[in-house]
Ligand binder design. Structure first.
Ligand code: ZN
Length: 343
């Protein structure tokens, strides 16, 4: 931890020695690494000049508001669970919510306009030896390298979840966050909902470098659609804006029948990011017995179909069908979880 004074509201802060920290009093995104510096000296007391403030504070700090408070998010989860086949209908009264947290996760978003001039080689076909019996056909096709030039113009919006991969809950890693509704960061909103703010583990510069690489990679794959080998290129990448955005995720932990489950809900739109779905005992008993009976009957038919030639076709076809139905019932018991489709 390091002691700093918030460059905006002058509050004394004791913060982790991480690149960026959101002041819990005024919501300013403080570039701690700029204030503390490599020699680890703390900035205290003295009034910060306007110039220093510009380097200490990152102004493009936004929030995606949560449209739901904690109990509303919990209702969403409970309503969703009872609609899933096999989930306990008595969930509300028999499950115990052990944790309900609203976390504001950090994401960097960079907007870029880029044009890449390239020269490269592409494979062109060369035809030889006209086929004597089919006009317009050739017996041999070979390929040779031919130089091609062009320019790829693209605009990109690159998102970068601002945490180390291992620190991001698994279900969030490939979740598309909608950042179009961003507003300037508002600490009051976070406080009203009792949310926790999580800050970036990357400094502004690190984030910019990674996103820049993202642009280069995307341009690469565009160029490789045209040529198989790049011989020279000239990239012109214009940074249109870089934003630091906090977005809301409700995280639940609950127990049902002695087992632990978890759920993640996007607070900005109520979408279910992931729910571990408990399966009710009643459902388990029915599907396992019905599934087992089908599987046994199907297997029996299949065996007799294979061994008694006169009923072979019926036995095998029906056997497989009934066996498959049985397996579907049984497999319903092994689902790990559910999520809402993203469009
Ligand atoms: Zn402050």
């Amino acid at each position: 931890m390091v002691k700093i004074v918030c460059p905006n509201c002058a509050a004394d802060l004791d913060v982790p020695n991480a690149p960026i920290h959101t002041c819990e009093y005024c919501g300013t995104a403080i570039q701690v690494s700029q204030m503390v510096g490599p020699e680890g000296k703390n900035i205290t007391g003295e009034k910060v000049t306007e110039e220093a403030k510009n380097t200490y504070v990152f102004k493009e700090h936004f929030i995606i508001r949560s449209q739901y408070n904690g109990s509303q998010a919990q209702n969403l989860m409970e309503d969703w669970i009872v609609k899933i086949p096999g989930a306990p209908q008595d969930f509300e009264s028999t499950a115990t919510i052990t944790e309900r947290k609203l976390k504001f996760y950090p994401i960097w978003v960079g907007e870029y306009k880029s044009s890449s001039q390239y020269a490269g080689l592409d494979n062109w076909p060369s035809f030889s030896k006209p086929a004597f019996d089919r006009p317009g056909w050739y017996e041999y096709v070979s390929y040779y390298k031919k130089e091609e030039r062009g320019t790829v113009h693209r605009e990109y919006q690159i998102p970068l979840l601002a945490l180390h991969k291992t620190k991001i809950p698994k279900y969030l890693r490939d979740y598309n966050i909608t950042t179009t509704g961003k507003e300037y960061f508002d600490i009051q909103h976070v406080k009203e909902l009792g949310g926790d703010i999580i800050d970036s583990v990357f400094s502004l510069n690190e984030a910019k470098q990674t996103m820049y690489q993202g642009v280069i990679q995307r341009q690469n794959s565009e160029i490789y659609k045209e040529v198989t080998q790049i011989t020279s290129r000239n990239d012109n990448i214009e940074e249109r804006g870089v934003y630091y955005i906090h977005f809301p995720v409700y995280e639940f932990k609950f127990t049902y029948g002695k087992k632990q489950y978890e759920a993640f809900i996007d607070g900005s739109n109520g979408r279910i990011i992931h729910i571990d779905v408990p399966i009710s005992t009643r459902f388990r008993v029915i599907t396992l017995s019905v599934g087992g009976a089908h599987a046994a009957a199907g297997t029996g038919l299949l065996i007799s179909g294979l061994s008694v030639p006169s009923i072979a076709f019926f036995g095998i076809a029906a056997g497989i069908g009934i066996l498959a139905t049985g397996l579907v019932f049984i497999l319903l018991n092994f689902r790990r979880g559910a999520r809402e489709k993203q469009t």
